[in-house]
Structures are given as structure tokens and as C-alpha cells.
Write a protein that binds this ligand. Structure first.
Ligand SMILES: [Mg+2]
Length: 367
């Protein structure tokens, strides 16, 4: 089926948030092989390149085409732009490289929490509670970004088991200094959710403990809970996500709703927070900066976002002024285009999307 071109008009790009480059590795190894391109791609991962533990077959040839296996022998810059996370960009690059049998560099991976590196300048020497993820993997991710004083819920739970008396954290999940931490003397300056909570009840409790505390000291309670002093950041707002289970699973956005509901019930006020990830513009600004760097410093004029989720991938790309391509290998199964968030074009799979864009851009049929 031929992709249906709905519109290719460019939108006015919203003002990009200034993003620090701290924690981002050198792009030279990749960019030196690249002739600056006028166009680039941003691929969602789940439902576009892989599905659970399975590789989507057309993904290999699509990425190879962009790595130079095309009629012009030209490399086309691309990033992987996902609301997933909980690991380092390097670990995700290795995982996808192995699954697709193509070379993806860590610099090409934008995870949901990657743009949160912009917060390092503000919080690098403050105590930051980092929530979510497996064991202490998000502790390591945050340290790698440059946050010097990272605290995780397991450390607080280990300090006082009565914080959540229904279970005890595993020793393997604690941060290296956990035994010496006295949280009655440690003011926490911000709460950052990097990935899905593994224990919603415990983590909602501890996040409320921090937000409602006096100066961020757990175990205290400020007099006026209607004024929120501790900022809270979420790495994505996905209500649901898909696994190999036949029915969608609750995501970080659902956790946020639960936290907001309890906070509102207890304080009578709305929880204030900042969210990253798709479809928020800070994430697109970050990805655009990365694409400029790997394109030998030249920001591509046109960026094509390929995704399977209209609400995240397509809405975010459309709002940011990118072209959007919706594929049918993931959550989107409707006939035609998405009724709520129509994409620039709709393709069966990622290979068809890449061929179509190259054909548009180069005036050649790559098949
Ligand atoms: Mg997806």
C-alpha cells in the first residue's frame, strides 16, 4: 500500500528549551562519517523497531538503509526517541544494536529521562530523590548524568522500615552509602521519577513524605501543606503501555494520577509537577539538538518521526513541527489514519516509512 500523504506543511517550531550538554558523550565518531543532511529521522522503539523481545523484521533493513545501504550510499542521521528508560543510553543502544544486528551508538538514543540532564545544573549538589526502575539502576543513571547526591526510596525504607512496614527492601537494591544515611538530617531538594515504580504504595508514601515535609526532611510535616515547596518531575506521562500481555499495562502517567489524587485528598490542593518524554516539547527540543550534533553541527531542516502511538509519537511530532509517520506494527490498528491525532502519512511498517521519505527527499525510488 502506498503511504498516503496528508500534508507536508511545516509548522512554526516552538521555542526550544535550553538544554545542557552535560553528560552527553562526544558525537564525533558517528558524525565524522556523515555528510550533513537536510533531513533526519526520529524512531520510536516499541511497536516500530521491536515488539517485546521480538524484532520487527522490516526494522533491520530500514536502519541499514539509513546507515548507507541505499542507492546514493548516503548516511541519514537518526535518533531513537522512546518513552522507555530505566537504563543508561549505552545499555539501550547495545540492546537495540544486538536485536537489530545494526550499529546504534549511545548518542543516538533519547530515553524518557535523557532530557532531564537539563536539571543537572540546578540540582547537581542538592539531594535528589530518584524514583522508579529496577533495583538501583536509576540511581546509576542519575549519577551518570551528573547528579552528585542521589537518594532512592529503598535507602529511605532501609533507614526506617516503619516508613512502609509491609516489606523490607533487598540489600542488593540499596545505594552504596545506604547504611550511613540518616534521613532526619538530609533535606531533599527535588523528586524525580525516572521510570515506572516497582512498588506503587511504598513510593507514593515516600514521595508524599518528601513533598509534605518541612524543608524536604522525611519524618517531619510542614504546617501548611497547601504550599508545595519541593518540585517534582516525571520522565513520561504514559497512562498505559504494551507488553506481550494481551491487555495494556498501567504506566507512569497512571502512577502520577494516583499520587495526584492522594495529594489532593490530603491537602485540598493540586500537585504541581513537570513532565518530560513524548509528547512534551522539551523532549523534542533535546532530540533536535542531538540530531544537529550527529549531523556535523547542522540542524536538519526536516525531521520525520516514526511511531505507533498517535497520542505520544504523532501528537508530539505534529505539535513540534516535525512530519509524522504512523506505522501499523504496534498499538495503532484503526483503518486509515488516526482520528484523534492524524499523522502526516500512514505506513504499514518502518521500512515502508523510510523508503517513502527517501523517495520524497531524494526523488528516487529506493526499492
Ligand atoms: Mg511505541
Amino acid at each position: 500500500m502506498s503511504p498516503r500523504l496528508l500534508t507536508l506543511s511545516r509548522f512554526t517550531t516552538t521555542t526550544a528549551t535550553t538544554i545542557t550538554t552535560k553528560g552527553i558523550h562526544s558525537y564525533r565518531a558517528f558524525s565524522s562519517k556523515l555528510t550533513p543532511s537536510n533531513y533526519a529521522f526520529a524512531f520510536d522503539i516499541d511497536g516500530v523497531l521491536i515488539k517485546g523481545k521480538r524484532t520487527i523484521p522490516e526494522a533491520r533493513s530500514a536502519i541499514r538503509m539509513l546507515n548507507g545501504d541505499n542507492a546514493l550510499g548516503r548516511k541519514v542521521p537518526f535518533v531513537l526517541l522512546t518513552n522507555g528508560g530505566g537504563v543508561t543510553e549505552q545499555a539501550k543502544a547495545e540492546q537495540i544494536s544486538n536485536m537489530l544486528d545494526v550499529q546504534i551508538s549511545p548518542e543516538q538514543v533519547v530515553l524518557s529521562h535523557s532530557p532531564m540532564q537539563a536539571l543537572v545544573d540546578q540540582y547537581k549538589d542538592k539531594n535528589v530523590l530518584v524514583v522508579g526502575g529496577k533495583d538501583r539502576e536509576c540511581f546509576e543513571v542519575a549519577k551518570g548524568y551528573g547528579f552528585n547526591n542521589v537518594i532512592i526510596p529503598d535507602d529511605i525504607h532501609h533507614w526506617q522500615s516503619s516508613v512502609w512496614p509491609f516489606r523490607h527492601p533487598s540489600r542488593d537494591s540499596l545505594s552504596p552509602d545506604a547504611d550511613s544515611l540518616d534521613f532526619s538530617k538530609i533535606p531533599i531538594g527535588a523528586v524525580m521519577m525516572f521510570h515506572d515504580s516497582r512498588d506503587w504504595g511504598r513510593d507514593i508514601q515516600i514521595m508524599l513524605d518528601v513533598i509534605c515535609s518541612e524543608n524536604g526532611v522525611v519524618g517531619t510535616q510542614k504546617g501548611d501543606c497547601t504550599v508545595q515547596e519541593i518540585p517534582i518531575y516525571f520522565s513520561n506521562n504514559d497512562i498505559i503501555w504494551s507488553t506481550e500481555f494481551p491487555v495494556p499495562r498501567l504506566g507512569q502517567g497512571s502512577f502520577k494520577m494516583a499520587l495526584e489524587s492522594v495529594y489532593k485528598t490530603l491537602t485540598g490542593t493540586n500537585l504541581q509537577s513537570t513532565s518530560y518524554g513524548k509528547p512534551y516539547p522539551t523532549t523534542y527540543a533535546f532530540a533536535e539538538q542531538v540530531l544537529g550534533r550527529i549531523n556535523n553541527g547542522k540542524k536538519p531542516s526536516r525531521i520525520y518521526a516514526v511511531g505507533d502511538n498517535p497520542a505520544a509519537d504523532i501528537q508530539g511530532a505534529n505539535n513540534y513541527g516535525w512530519s509524522s509517520i504512523l506505522v501499523r506494527t504496534g498499538v495503532f490498528q484503526e483503518p486509515g489514519n488516526s482520528s484523534h491525532f492524524p499523522a502526516t502519512s500512514v505506513c504499514q511498517h518502518v521500512e515502508e516509512a523510510v523508503k517513502w521519505v527517501i523517495q520524497q527527499e531524494e526523488g528516487k525510488n529506493e526499492s
